[in-house]
Design a protein around this ligand. Structure first.
Ligand code: AHR
Length: 533
């Protein structure tokens, strides 16, 4: 008995010593890129007593655009539809989304936002003018889903609205009046118009973006030109009544560091800055070979995940620029469009961006959310593109049918991180090698919630090998552990209308907790969330 105790102690000491020496003799990792590890075991220390930053629930935000079947069919079926709905918004989709606790929803675009004139989307539906949705398939937009319908949707979901105003083809007056229409509680032309359209009380809207991708579809502007426009538009976005706007500037595409530099210099820094957030966009595909969402080989798997991991470097580099102008981190980086972008499903409109969603997409979501968590000192919101039927969707619909995707399940499993305190991690990951290239096999983030419960979300990116993880939970006194896993036999596994439960989370129990030493084996190509009480 004594000997067993002794050897346990000895093992613990040796283990901690080997972790510490491995980390400090080689490379130290925190919040993002894993250090290389030549051994076959992934080693990490979670500093359970050193949490300082809160993971904003808005990192788990979403995006809905007038694009393809996202708004129409995805949410909006109209009051007279045989599909069960509440004031025209389908009930099954709302119910499913409530389970992942959508915190914030961005609307109406995307590229559509800089062509959208909000006054066309209010008042009696039969009198609303139509327009052509030139960005997305050239289809006719009847404006039946407008401001009232969007804010009703947010109320049904229990989430905050995030509205993107039109800079590219709109005016300052138009944007100013939109804010007045929605948020002013006194007597004014716009507030009275809102009342005439059936809404007595103003709504609360905090998050407001001044244009979308104004370097591209939102006007093809230079950063200098847009920075001036931003200052001008932001000046007239008023805080009516007790509503307080959080103003978001169009940020860079991927690695356009000059855009960030100019925006921060001209409009982001200083005490009189009118900017609360700068919006970064980053999409990842699988490269030039196969770009199908469901028919791919390991090269596509590897390439997709390699590209997904690059968001870590992008956030790090943009943050460094922001630090120069805003060292107190008053301006947040919002990744308000991100996700996997594949080919459209065969036989569907190319302009509708309807794609399937496989286990590979679940891994993209898992690593991206871990990276956002680990950067939560600067990243205060992220909005995956898009919520229903477009790009890396949570939900796919076909007529009255609805299925949830592997990505949906990751958002459901990770909701334990909402508003929890980020725990710093030192990780030494093994490599997942493919050909002459390699990426870290294991990707992780951890948090502690208000009740003291620790959650660790771990991804094993390697589709062919399990990953053994040894972890010291420093400063913790764990009493119990449980887990859930999302994985499947095939890399390409996905849910269909015929087989909706091919990829779904199940209980995971391949772990051991001895004192504060946790060991676990992550199956190949898996997302695991552990709960430690
Ligand atoms: O999400 C699809 C499109 O991608 C958005 O409309 C645009 O902002 C981005 O280029």
């Amino acid at each position: 008995m004594k000997l067993r105790l002794l050897s346990k102690k000895l093992f613990k000491r040796l283990f901690l010593f080997s972790i510490v020496s491995l980390i400090y003799c080689n490379q130290t990792y925190s919040a993002g890129a894993a250090a290389r590890n030549e051994s076959s075991v992934n080693r990490m220390i979670i500093h359970a007593d050193k949490g300082a930053e809160q993971i904003s629930r808005n990192i788990y935000g979403h995006f809905s655009e007038h694009l393809g079947r996202c708004i129409y069919e995805g949410f909006w079926v109209g009051e007279d539809s045989p599909i069960p709905n509440t004031r025209g918004i389908r009930n099954d989709v709302v119910e499913a989304l409530k389970k992942i606790k959508v915190p914030v929803l961005r609307w109406p675009g995307g590229c559509f936002a800089d062509e959208y004139h909000w006054m066309d989307g209010i008042g009696p539906k039969e009198k609303r003018p139509s327009m052509i949705n030139t960005h997305w398939g050239g289809v006719t937009e009847n404006n039946h889903f407008g401001t009232h319908e969007f804010l009703d949707l947010c109320e049904q979901l229990g989430c905050e609205p995030y509205i993107c105003g039109n800079v590219g083809s709109g005016t300052i007056q138009e944007m100013q009046q939109w804010v007045e229409y929605i948020t002013f509680d006194g007597k004014s032309p716009m507030a009275d118009l809102r009342r005439a359209n059936g809404r007595e009380e103003p709504w609360k809207v905090t998050f407001w973006a001044v244009g979308n991708e104004n370097w591209g579809c939102g006007g093809g502007m230079t950063p200098e030109h847009y920075a001036n426009l931003y200052r001008q538009f932001a000046t007239y976005l008023r805080n009516f009544s007790d509503n307080r706007l959080y103003k978001v500037a169009c940020g860079p595409s991927g690695g356009d560091y000059r855009w960030t530099e100019v925006l921060m210099r001209e409009a982001g820094g200083g005490r009189r800055s009118r900017m609360n957030g700068l919006a970064l966009h980053y999409y990842c595909g699988s490269g030039s070979r196969s770009r199908s969402a469901t028919q791919f080989d390991e090269i596509d798997w590897f390439e997709q995940l390699r590209r997904a991991l690059q968001i870590d470097e992008l956030i790090t580099e943009h943050s460094k620029i922001m630090d120069q102008y805003d060292p107190s981190k008053r301006v947040a980086l919002l990744v308000d469009e991100w996700g996997a972008w594949h080919n459209v499903e065969p036989g569907t409109n190319r302009g509708f961006l309807y794609q399937q969603n496989s286990l590979r997409d679940a891994l993209v979501a898992g690593v991206s959310l871990n990276i956002f968590n680990n950067h939560c000192d600067r990243v205060k919101m992220a909005n995956i593109a898009q919520i229903v039927n477009v790009l890396q969707a949570m939900i796919l619909t076909k007529g009255e049918q609805m299925i949830v995707t592997p990505t949906y399940h990751v958002f459901e499993m990770y909701k334990v991180h909402h508003d929890a305190t980020l725990l710093p991690i030192d990780l030494q990951s093994t490599d997942y090698r493919f050909g002459n290239n390699s990426i870290p096999a294991v990707n992780v983030s951890a948090s502690k919630d208000d009740s003291g419960t620790i959650h660790i979300s771990l991804c094993n990116l390697d589709p062919g090998n399990a990953a053994e993880v040894r972890c010291a939970l420093e400063g913790a006194d764990p009493k119990g552990i449980s887990g859930r896993i999302l994985t499947a036999e095939a890399m390409t596994a996905h849910n269909t209308f015929e087989n909706p439960n091919v990829v779904k989370p199940v209980t995971f129990s391949d772990y051991k907790l001895e004192g504060n030493i946790l060991t676990t084996t992550l199956p190949s190509k898996s997302v695991v969330v552990l709960e430690i009480k």
